[in-house]
Design a protein. Structure first.
Length: 352
């Protein structure tokens, strides 16, 4: 095909998946500088791309809410049709995503051969399960004549207003002792959409206590769904002036800006891992039921993964679940707070 004038990229899975599609967007912007790029995402992730220099338009698809069902699908397809896209790249492997682009009348539709909607594609690319998700996403540009470059990681662009919001949060949180450049400040993200991906609350509590005793500031990161969990953690550590809770108080880009002020992020296998990597902050990621080899390990050069090796029941799922199939939760229970703390300390030494 001729160089495209307008491209569509569809990723309507979770926030972390949207972060991992950013290198593909950046690659398309670099190779087709005059091309208009439109992204379709879930509403929760739309703000991550709204100010990104590689993206000219974002369509929020509320597939489980206002845009649910056939009527919503047709309405979003009409919005996409109006964009007049020459081709769609569809990392999301659902039938709905493929059908959306087919109904929108996009003439070239590129997806994975493992997609549930592969018969609706005009071109398919091999889905390599052992590749990192970033590399898999980049491979979708090959049918457009764009080879996959090595080593690309996401990048996010919080605004100056986001920075001001974070400045105000830090002043409120540490009024007697302002945060100074170079001081150890650890972001901790204890939540996850999936129950079995959550390192136990008691272990997060022990880790936070260790970090505070080490003299580090600790900032809890999370969305509105994590507020009760973070409140319990703070409530169990009263009178700790170096502990702050940002859960449910900041937007995604504000949270990204806050993470960028920290020295390390500790997180479950969840979206904050990828947000931190996109902000250049090293990560200690705790993996339980899933494996880093699935392609969703943190992508930064200094990042570390903590996991329990050699369990016959692991992995038990591609995404995690609501409960442990064996009832033991060994994959998480065998990871000690001391072990995670040691990884944080090692990263801090390397930073110094």
């Amino acid at each position: 095909m001729n160089p495209p004038r307008s491209l569509l990229v569809v990723q309507t899975a979770f926030v972390g998946d949207v972060v991992l599609v950013i290198p593909l967007l950046a690659l398309l912007h670099e190779k087709f500088p005059g091309c208009r790029i439109t992204a379709v995402t879930i509403p929760a992730a739309a703000e991550l791309l709204a100010g990104h220099p590689a993206v000219q338009s974002v369509i929020a698809y509320d597939k489980r809410g206002a845009d649910g069902g056939l009527r919503g699908l047709l309405a979003v397809a009409a919005r996409i049709r109006a964009a007049g896209c020459d081709a769609a790249l569809i990392p999301h492997r659902s039938l709905r995503s493929a059908l959306l682009c087919r109904i929108a009348g996009i003439p070239v539709r590129i997806g994975f051969d493992a997609s549930a909607g592969r018969l609706l594609m005009t071109d398919t690319v091999r889905y390599i399960g052992t590749d990192h998700e970033i590399r898999r996403n980049l491979s979708l540009a090959v049918p457009l004549g764009v080879p996959s470059p090595p080593g690309m990681i996401p990048r996010l662009y919080p605004s100056s207003l986001d920075a001001l919001v974070v400045d105000a949060f830090l002043r409120r949180s540490f009024p007697e002792d302002p945060v100074r450049p170079g001081e150890p400040c650890i972001a901790v993200a204890p939540g996850s959409v999936w129950n079995t991906k959550r390192w136990p609350e008691s272990k997060f509590l022990s880790l936070i206590r260790f970090l505070l005793d080490d003299g580090a500031r600790v900032v809890l990161i999370g969305g509105a769904a994590d507020r009760n969990l973070c409140a319990r953690l703070c409530g169990a550590l009263p009178g700790r002036p170096l502990l702050a809770d940002a859960s449910g108080r900041l937007s995604l880009l504000e949270s990204a800006e806050l993470i960028s002020r920290c020295t390390v992020l500790v997180s479950n296998d969840s979206a904050p891992v990828h947000i931190a990597a996109a902000m250049g902050i090293p990560v200690v990621a705790i993996f339980g039921p899933t494996l880093p080899s699935f392609g969703f390990a943190p992508a930064g050069p200094r990042d570390r993964v903590v996991e329990t090796m050699d369990l016959p029941c692991r992995p038990c799922s591609l995404h995690g679940g609501t409960r442990c199939p064996t009832g033991t939760f060994d994959c998480m229970n065998r990871i000690s707070a001391e072990r995670v703390r040691a990884e944080v300390i090692a990263l801090g030494r390397r930073e110094a």
